[in-house]
Design a protein around this ligand. Structure first.
Ligand code: ARG
Length: 292
């Protein structure tokens, strides 16, 4: 009798979806204070290198056919390049952030003004929240992180603002202080597409969450890609996906392979300079969902 062969299901065919992003050129980037474990104010930074690395990400988005809007960088706000923290948008409505640390507080009105100037319905927050750093839209559900930055009360508020289900997740490792450092949304759209077996899917770093949150993720996303500590520690998950192309750090070798096996197209962009501020690809990218 011949040995049965292992039949591997073919990777589903994936389609890139059009994206509209908001970015901020890191003209004033430096590390002058410490609000996360990655930041070392004593270590020198190279602003020109930050701008050059950021430009590659910007150019790549355009090459992939996405639209990128820019917000004017403000002097004195070196973290403004991390536009993911500048808001959370669904259906052309923008929920404004309220930063945890006063060093970044002045960014919030700048983002709010930008939203208003672009005719977006702009909602001012009561609760501390750091935008898409801690809120991720997966299908119709908002995954919301807490533990370091956005509060549990902001989870309730974001649910009220958008009328969607919110799933709260507790972050426990200070290196992964925002949800977008521990979860990557791979296919934002709900439903089985192109004959693929998966629904809106994610990749995550199990060790970044407490047991209860990990159990929720396991139950909701049985097909999720589980990323290794090694790849998580180089901010491999802080990536941007359009449903096919997934922009990731060149250091996340294992994640790159996992993505390829699932039919995604990983593309690497090195933002090592911006990692000195504790941010990566996703941090530099705010999705303008439904914006005109
Ligand atoms: N230095 C910034 C901070 O600590 C980095 C923000 C990273 N942004 C993100 N979406 N994870 O606030």
């Amino acid at each position: 009798m011949s040995t049965p062969e292992t039949v591997t299901a073919p990777a589903p065919v994936r389609t890139a979806q059009h994206r509209r992003y908001l970015m901020c050129r890191p003209e004033h980037f430096t590390v002058s204070y410490k609000i996360n474990p990655w930041m070392e104010p004593a270590k020198p930074t190279d602003t020109a290198n930050a701008v050059a690395q950021w430009q590659k990400l910007y150019d790549l988005y355009l090459e992939l056919g996405h639209e990128v809007e820019l917000i004017e960088p403000l002097a004195g706000y070196p973290d403004m390049v991390y536009t993911a923290n500048g808001g959370f948008l669904i259906d052309g409505r923008a929920y404004v952030p309220k930063f945890r640390f006063e060093q970044r507080a002045g960014e919030a009105p700048a983002f709010a003004d930008w939203f208003r100037d672009h005719d977006l319905d702009t909602i001012e927050p009561d609760e501390v929240n750091e935008g898409e750093g801690d809120f991720l839209l997966v299908g119709n559900t908002i995954l919301a992180g807490t533990g370091f930055r956005s509060t549990g009360d902001s989870h309730r508020e974001v649910g009220e603002v958008f009328g969607r289900e919110v799933v709260s997740l507790n972050l426990v490792d200070p290196r992964f202080y925002h949800l977008d450092t521990a979860i990557a949304v791979l296919d934002p759209v709900e439903g089985v597409e192109n004959g693929g077996p998966e629904k809106a899917n994610i990749a995550y770093l199990p060790g970044a969450f407490d047991d209860a949150s990990r159990a929720i993720l396991e139950e909701r996303y049985p097909d999720a890609i589980l990323v290794s500590d090694e790849d998580g520690s180089v901010f491999g998950l802080n990536s941007a996906s359009d449903g096919y192309n997934v922009i990731i750090s060149p250091r996340a070798k294992g994640f790159e392979k996992q993505l390829r096996e699932r039919g995604y197209n990983p593309i690497t962009v090195d933002l090592s300079e911006l990692l000195l501020g504790g941010g990566g690809i996703k941090c530099c990218t705010l999705e303008l969902r439904g914006a005109k």
